[in-house]
Design a protein around this ligand. Structure first.
Ligand code: NAD
Length: 251
């Protein structure tokens, strides 16, 4: 049986991280060809190795790029297009966090986080658009956060970038619809990735009950399945959407 993404190419930024590597697994299972982009190429290589252990036939490659630098997006997209294939779906997923109140966050925090969490989404989208327009088909999925919509203390710069991603998504969806390109955002809630386990410790992660209807953390794979659906032709009438994948926050 053919997979839902058979033979198509997806580029996943932040592909070495928790959600990005789960997406790699799900797209490979669906027959997709996966380009993992990360500034931490050893994390991306580890993710690719794990995918190949599960799916020996997986067509997955890794690409190193620091997407906080504008020119890196077009360089890496050209590298993928020439060495791997034209990109059918782009998942803008690379992200960093800063745990500072707005009263304390220095300009450098804002500069760094805006470059990665917002401007990399802009530069990567711009880099893939010409080929997608030429094919009159493409799907861009932007990873925002449930806290793009809801208030909390302590991560103001991060939350502001994630809110901006939603506006970027809507505008791009309207601008690119006539070219056959769909653009959507997903908003993860509490997702159990290695990042949080390292930051908080395994016991603290296990003990924390997220304040959502489902009262548990998401596993990264639970973000990856909706990404595959959004990228596939099954979501052909879905564009400009914000898909909350947060277990029902706030409950
Ligand atoms: N895990 C959660 O609970 C959660 C909740 C809401 C939103 N998100 C969002 O989901 C996305 C993935 O989260 P995750 O938990 O998998 O994070 P993660 O930290 O595990 O992965 C992020 C990846 O992005 C890469 N990266 C960082 N800066 C980069 C740069 N300049 N260029 C290229 N790559 C870069 C990192 O090396 C890392 O591999 C992020 O955008 C995050 O904000 C996560």
């Amino acid at each position: 049986m053919k997979g839902r993404f058979e033979g198509k190419v997806v580029a996943i930024t932040g592909g070495g991280g928790g959600i990005g590597s789960a997406a790699a697994q799900v797209f490979c299972r669906a027959g997709g060809r996966v380009a993992l982009i990360d500034m931490d190429v050893s994390a991306a290589n580890d993710a690719a190795t794990r995918v190949r252990q599960e799916i020996p036939s997986a067509d997955i490659r890794t690409f190193e790029a620091d997407l906080g630098i504008e020119a890196e997006a077009s360089r890496v997209v050209d590298e993928i297009a020439s060495g791997f294939g034209a990109i059918d779906a782009l998942i803008n997923n690379a992200g960093i966090r800063r745990y500072e109140q707005i009263s304390d966050a220095p300009w450098d925090t804002w500069d760094t986080i805006v470059r990665v969490n917002l401007l990399s989404f802009v530069s990567m989208s711009r880099a893939v658009l010409p080929a997608m327009r030429a094919k009159r088909s493409g799907s861009i999925i932007n990873v925002s956060s449930t806290y793009a919509l809801y208030g909390r203390k302590g991560m103001g710069a991060y939350d502001a970038t994630k809110a901006a991603v939603l506006a970027l998504t809507r505008t791009l969806a309207f601008e690119e619809a006539e070219h056959g390109i769909r653009v959507n955002a997903i908003c993860p809630g509490f997702t159990r990735t290695a990042f949080h386990i390292k930051r908080m410790g395994q016991d603290a992660v296990d003990e924390l009950v997220p304040p959502c209807a489902l009262k548990r953390w998401a596993e990264p794979i639970e973000l990856a399945h909706p990404m595959l659906w959004l990228a596939s032709d099954e979501a052909s009438y879905v564009t400009s959407a914000t898909l909350m994948i947060d277990g029902g926050l706030p409950a």
